[in-house]
Design a protein around this ligand. Structure first.
Ligand code: SF4
Length: 219
């Protein structure tokens, strides 16, 4: 497809998603380039704020982790190399009381809903309640028509790639991480066991900011 044609189509989808996110009381904006998104996020966070990361490949891909490190303020990273599982779990719990929680999602519907899947549940739980503000970065590849398409995306793309990335050992190893396809497995193998739909921020308007980025990012 010609780039201008593709851009026209993407712009239309982004505009509709943003309009509906705002209707659902999210704060929402578009950053054409990852660097613009990172700049936006860094400006949103006042100096001295407490910050935590949810597991987000998109946030890493756009250079968010590097920007936080350069910024110098301390932040909680449960995926920091060298820490024990107990330390990681403690950081995930502390994330609930931070000022900012920075993460991604697995699908954004055109009618402005976030659909996220999580093995342990700390990421989706913190998106729903806890941190004062949540920033969700999402590539245009994750914009889907509706919930049905979102669930399909999770089973066919997000969960298998995530399982592959984490390379879980037995007995937790999901079959899709080896086969590439969902076989509707059951616990303890099932990693896509917490799927959360956030339909809006009506009880805490604009608590969640969604930043759509004009590139394919994460899964
Ligand atoms: S149900 Fe099992 S096989 Fe299917 S996507 Fe989830 S973890 Fe993978």
């Amino acid at each position: 497809m010609e780039p201008e044609l593709r851009k026209w189509h993407t712009d239309k989808r982004v505009a509709l998603a943003i309009k509906n996110l705002k209707k659902n009381c999210f704060a929402a904006s578009y950053a054409e380039h990852p660097r613009d998104a990172v700049e936006l996020i860094m400006k949103m966070i006042p100096a001295g704020s407490t910050i935590a990361l949810g597991d987000s490949l998109t946030f890493r891909e756009i250079g968010g982790l590097r920007a936080l490190e350069e910024r110098g303020d301390p932040f909680l990273n449960p995926w920091e190399k060298g820490i024990t599982r107990e330390e990681s779990l403690a950081l995930r719990r502390r994330a609930f009381t931070t000022d900012f929680f920075l993460t991604g999602t697995n699908a954004l519907t055109l009618d402005g809903k976030l659909v996220s899947v999580d093995g342990l549940g700390n990421r989706v739980a913190a998106m729903v309640f806890g941190p004062k503000k949540v920033v969700v970065v999402v590539g245009v590849n994750k914009i889907v028509k509706d919930l049905e398409e979102a669930f399909r995306r999770i089973k066919t793309i997000a969960a298998p790639l995530n399982a592959r990335r984490h390379n879980y050992p037995e007995p937790l190893r999901p079959p899709c991480g080896d086969s590439g396809f969902c076989s509707d497995c059951v616990p303890p193998h099932r990693s896509c066991c917490n799927t959360v739909i956030i339909e809006g921020c009506s009880r805490d308007r604009e608590r969640i900011t969604v930043i759509i980025i004009g590139e394919d990012l994460g899964y």
